[in-house]
Ligand binder design. Structure first.
Ligand SMILES: *[C@@H]1O[C@H](CO)[C@@H](O)[C@H](O)[C@H]1NC(C)=O
Ligand SMILES: *[C@@H]1O[C@H](CO)[C@@H](O)[C@H](O)[C@H]1NC(C)=O
Length: 348
């Protein structure tokens, strides 16, 4: 007997007496509201558990001897492909164009539709030989002047002038694989013989170096990356000059929740434009000068633990249950207090 009593006393859910178990309308209302709140909170908790969040970590960059991929895709709406060249030089003074380097040029008509394509890799190599002295604009001796005014040059000048008159543009895109050291690459008319360029443009201030950068990145994209130069438009009216983009590359490693690792790079950029003066002997160009940060960022995707989710779920659901129970009792008492006296008076 005492044993039974003792066991009963542990019961956490004592049976209520029958008159306390009446179902009331106010109780139903509170129950429905409670259920709605519970399901809302449950969905919220579930979403909280299912969505990943990212943790950023910084450390010193220990990678060595890898290459840096430069993805580029930009349009020059007012320069024909024949005059444009891409040149990349790194800090060692070496021209780094590997076999992996693929740069293409697309001819665009004045409406921006593609009308032809051209592969650029050879051009870059050829051009570099001319630029090794770093004195990019005076690489021709005057006695070479006459040698260049042969039939081929005449034809080329005619062709380019026609293209400019038709409003032809050029899209340059592809991937440059360079050494992981500071360096620069530029897109310009430097590939042209200076006299040919003079014949075509009649002065460097007439080179319309307006450009639109569709994509400039240093590796694959991960969720949430922001490449600050994407969508940049620089349209010049009645002036020309040299654009310089100073780029700081931050090596980044993105670790997916599936343990997959994506090595890539973020970057920050500042921009400088120097307008052309009549006395200048340089030709307009778009420079990208990049440097590597010694600090690397690791971004890790994480998810809240399942036990944590269950704990929160119990707290939320149990809490709501207790709260609605309390509300229900109060409502019941309130309704009782409001109706009973009347009922009593009616009976009397
Ligand atoms: C370059 O950008 C243009 C404009 O956004 C796009 O249509 C084109 O597909 C891109 N080219 C490459 C190779 O990504
Ligand atoms: C340069 O080209 C852009 C784009 O085609 C055009 O809007 C602008 O008027 C041109 N500037 C000059 C000086 O011709």
């Amino acid at each position: 007997m005492r044993m039974k009593q003792a066991i009963r006393s542990i019961d956490a859910f004592p049976r209520a007496e029958d008159h306390l178990l009446q179902k009331t309308q106010s109780g139903a209302l509170v129950s429905v509201v409670g259920l709605v709140i519970m399901s809302l909170l449950f969905l919220h908790e579930l979403r909280y558990y299912l969505t990943t969040y990212t943790v950023h970590q910084m450390s010193v960059d220990l990678k060595r001897g890898e290459t840096l991929p430069i993805h580029i895709n930009m349009t020059f709406p007012s320069l024909p492909c024949d005059v444009l060249s891409v040149d990349a030089i790194d800090m060692s003074g070496k021209h780094e164009v590997d076999l992996d380097t693929n740069i293409w040029k697309l001819r665009l008509n004045s409406d921006g539709h593609i009308i032809g394509t051209e592969y650029l890799s050879d051009l870059v190599e050829k051009e570099h030989a001319e630029h090794k002295d770093g004195n990019k604009d005076e690489h021709e001796d005057s006695d070479q002047k006459f040698q260049f005014f042969d039939q081929a040059a005449e034809n080329m000048i005619k062709k380019v002038k026609q293209a400019i008159a038709h409003g032809e543009g050029c899209r340059v895109y592809g991937v440059l694989d360079v050494q992981r050291v500071a360096g620069n690459f530029h897109i310009s008319v430097h590939g042209l013989n200076i006299y040919v360029a003079q014949m075509i443009f009649e002065g460097s201030s007439h080179v319309n170096i307006s450009h639109i950068i569709h994509d400039l990145s240093f590796g694959p994209k991960y969720p949430g990356i922001h490449n600050p130069l994407d969508g940049t438009e620089r349209i010049l009216h009645g002036t020309s000059g040299t654009f310089k983009y100073y780029i700081k590359i931050v090596p980044t490693e993105y670790r997916y929740i599936s343990k997959e690792v994506l090595p890539t790079n973020q970057f920050s950029v500042t921009e400088y434009f120097s307008p052309m003066k009549d006395s200048d002997r340089t030709w307009p160009a778009v420079y990208f000068l990049y440097d590597l940060s010694p600090i690397t960022v690791t971004i890790r995707e994480e998810r809240h633990s399942f036990l944590h989710f269950i704990t929160r779920l119990c707290a939320v659901l149990g809490g709501t249950f207790a709260l609605t129970g309390m509300l229900d009792r109060w409502m019941f008492r309130l309704v009782e207090a409001l109706t009973k006296p009347k009922a009593r008076s009616a009976y009397r």
